[in-house]
Ligand binder design. Sequence first.
Ligand SMILES: [Zn+2]
Length: 280
Amino acid sequence: MVCQQCRGGRRARRRAGDRHARHRGTHPRTGRVRRPACGGPGRTILNTHHHGDHNFGNHQFGGAAIVVAHDRIRQEMIETGLALTQLWPQVDWGDVRVTLPTITFSDRVTVWVGERRVELIHVGPAAHTTNDVVAWLPEEQVLFAGDVVMSGAAPFCLFGSVRGTLDAMRKLTALGARTVVAGHGPVAGPEILTQTIRYLHWIENLAAEGKSLGLAPLELASQVELGEFGELIDAERVVGNLHVAYAELDSPEIGVPLDVLAIFDEMVTYNGGQVPQCWA
Ligand SMILES: [Zn+2]
């Protein structure tokens, strides 16, 4: 398993004006390929979901590396390609490519890293996306949660489901993690799961109230006080999350695709005309 995070390059990040520069696979000064966190050549890589900031560097580990992910990721990666780079064109993305996973699974699979058991678990049909996988280390009680959990930042369900993320949270809570490594933000404890649940219940209640008052999601988001969630960065995600919650009020289905680009524009409006920075 390979850590998704890269260190260093703070100056390069400032220059780029976006923390996505963090995820480049090469060292900012030497241009050399970063070594994976385990210290040896990467052989088995987990892609937690299809978003490019979690897999654009797959090729950096060479053709012999095995990339593991959920069954639905390949189609999503093919369809979205390098689109993420267009959302933040000012970022120096480096050598990014779409390199598809080589092993995919539907529900769960166990990987052994020496004597260490790593359970890869699909969290449900839709949460942060439709293809989220977490890595659970039962002996160490450590959960690598991917973007289903955001630490210090607002949850983001625009590509998945609010209701489905709540289901995923119940499943993840039952694992009994002592340490939770979110897809973005600082390492946390299990309290990050309960905070995520509180946020999503707040979104669901807000959506029900807003819809009954005839307010559009952006209108509602612009009027509402964020309360305890005001400290979370990437607050504009409230607009995307409300759109999903509105759709789910009327539908037994979850993960139904929405007009992501139009909603992203609304997030920009909420953000005072600024493109979301994705600071987490
Ligand atoms: Zn993501």
